[in-house]
Write a protein that binds this ligand. Structure first.
Ligand code: 5GP
Length: 197
């Protein structure tokens, strides 16, 4: 009698945190990196300007548009998106390899379309966590409170966040970020059980 081998669910190696703008994924990513040495941050490439507190090679690889386009042509990206008009962001294949070669798990802070691509490419090896505000109104309020936005860019961000909220069902887990302390704790537990830490 022929024995059928049961497919083993793959142990995730990649954790993508994704969320509408303003839902707090960067804070949660930083917290997880501080908590678990087993995780390493996937440094994305971007064409946007470096902010004052940011370091090239640590927060992002800051590239010119020309260099970014060359890397697209050379198929160096797992995924890339024009997240904001004229501003490109992408995950380099070499970055994922670098981290996996170190024997660590990869953690991404990535927009919802990028997270969808990561899931398509890596299947069960990737776990995508969608971070959600308690309600759309709370999210819009948080965006309004960010003093960095002009009226026009705020409207764009709100429209974008509205669209991004519709992605919730596509991912593996949902984490509601209402009280930050609770969300950080929930995120820790989720990672612990997902990666058997
Ligand atoms: P920021 O400019 O505020 O650092 O990031 C803007 C948005 O781009 C955030 O939603 C962030 O998660 C997303 N992002 C950062 N890196 C990547 C990437 O490699 N690929 C994609 N698709 N989005 C990214």
């Amino acid at each position: 009698m022929q024995q059928l081998e049961k497919a083993q669910p793959a142990q995730p190696k990649l954790i993508a945190l994704t969320a509408p703008s303003g839902a707090g994924k960067t804070t949660i990513a930083r917290h997880l990196l501080k908590t678990y040495d087993e995780l390493a941050f996937s440094v994305s490439a971007t064409t946007r300007d470096r902010r004052e507190h940011e370091t090239d090679g640590k927060d992002y690889y800051f590239l010119t548009k020309e260099v970014f386009e060359q890397k697209i042509a050379d198929e160096e990206f797992v995924e890339w998106e024009e997240v904001y008009e004229g501003q490109f962001y992408g995950t380099l294949k070499s970055e994922i390899k670098r981290i996996l070669d170190e024997g660590k798990y990869v953690i991404f802070d990535i927009d919802v379309r990028g997270a969808t691509s990561i899931k398509e490419v890596y299947g069960n090896e990737a776990k995508v966590i969608f971070i959600k505000p308690p309600s759309p109104e709370v999210l819009f309020e948080r965006l309004r409170k960010r003093k960095t936005e002009t009226k026009k860019s705020l409207e764009k961000r709100i429209a974008r966040a509205r669209r991004e909220l519709t992605y919730e069902d596509k991912f593996d887990a949902i984490l509601v970020n209402d009280e930050l302390e609770v969300a950080l704790n929930d995120a820790e537990n989720l990672i612990k059980t997902t990666l058997n830490l």
